[in-house]
Design a binder for this molecule. Structure first.
Ligand code: AMP
Length: 277
């Protein structure tokens, strides 16, 4: 695996390739969720690139940019073992040199849920993803369903800006007790880690109701709230039953509806979701 930190080096790697290129953008501190995307990209493309970049423009002023976990040596080893060909790990100055002022402005898809809780977050995400795509020029780019609204926002941007990359959505990888893997899980104390299983339990409770025929979105939201309320360490940010493409709340949870939730456990913001199908 080649490891580069400069845009011109990444471009040079790309310029020599004529076949398909799969791309996995990440913020590092890799876990099985990230690696599942790299392995999928490996299967479907002739070459695979991953990026590690903790993108400052998607963090709010009171968020965890400075303390976001980092372990570049371990990440490099894991990517190489997963079959990655290029690691692009730029410094902030490479991605946002002095004078940078252009951003992707997102619309309604980015407004609710995470977008409402984290103003400017998806503007930062969309901008950095487009910038990374312009360097790597991927044939296919791989994103986790764990970040369902991010996936919807990126799909919207790709369509709206006529970008040629194919967006591939990959299943959420979970710990044995159901907790969705996340670099931020490392912030949790042992007690908080136990409490964090409530996210998956709340989704499962709603999913069971849906499987038994419940289609009233208000009732599914109520079931999620009830489960989350049973855990004293969890504070609810939102529960949602929405259209997975527009992220608009729905009254009826038809097949394909996205149920999602966000809670704070201690200082840690955790999200999870499931598709009803
Ligand atoms: P991040 O490093 O958190 O920005 O995530 C990079 C990519 O990995 C995004 O497309 C995420 O949706 C995806 N990802 C993160 N956690 C998981 C997971 N548990 N399962 C599948 N994909 C994930």
């Amino acid at each position: 695996m080649r490891s580069v930190s400069r845009i011109d080096e990444a471009r040079e790697w790309r310029a020599r390739l004529s076949g398909s290129v799969g791309f996995v953008p990440t913020m590092g501190f890799l876990h099985e969720g990230h690696l599942s995307l790299v392995r999928r990209a490996r299967k479907e493309n002739e070459a695979v690139a991953a990026s590690i970049f903790v993108n400052p423009t998607q963090f709010g002023p009171s968020e965890d940019f400075a303390r976001y976990p980092r372990d570049p040596e371990r990440d490099t080893r894991l990517l190489s073992e997963a079959g990655c060909d290029l690691l692009f790990a730029p410094e902030v100055e490479q991605m946002y040199p002095e004078g940078h002022e252009t951003f992707v402005e997102m619309g309604a898809t980015a407004a609710p849920l995470e977008g409402a809780r984290r103003p400017g977050h998806f503007r930062g995400v969309a901008t950095v993803v487009l910038k990374l795509f312009n360097v790597i020029r991927p044939t296919r780019a791989y994103f986790g369903r764990k970040d369902a609204q991010q996936l919807a926002v990126i799909r919207r941007m790709i369509r709206d800006l006529h970008h040629p990359a194919v967006i591939v959505a990959c299943p959420t990888v979970r710990e044995a007790d159901g907790l969705a893997m996340s670099s931020r899980n490392t912030y949790l104390s042992p007690e908080e880690r136990r409490a964090a299983t409530v996210l998956h339990r709340a989704l499962s409770a709603a999913r069971d109701r849906w499987t038994n025929g419940e289609r009233d979105a208000a009732e599914l939201r109520r079931v999620m709230r009830e489960t989350l309320d049973s855990e004293p360490l969890a504070r609810i940010d939102y529960v949602s039953v929405a259209d997975p493409d527009t992220m608009r709340e729905t009254d009826v949870a038809a097949s394909g509806a996205l149920i999602s939730l966000a809670v704070k456990i201690g200082d840690t913001h955790l999200i999870d979701n499931e598709r009803m199908e």
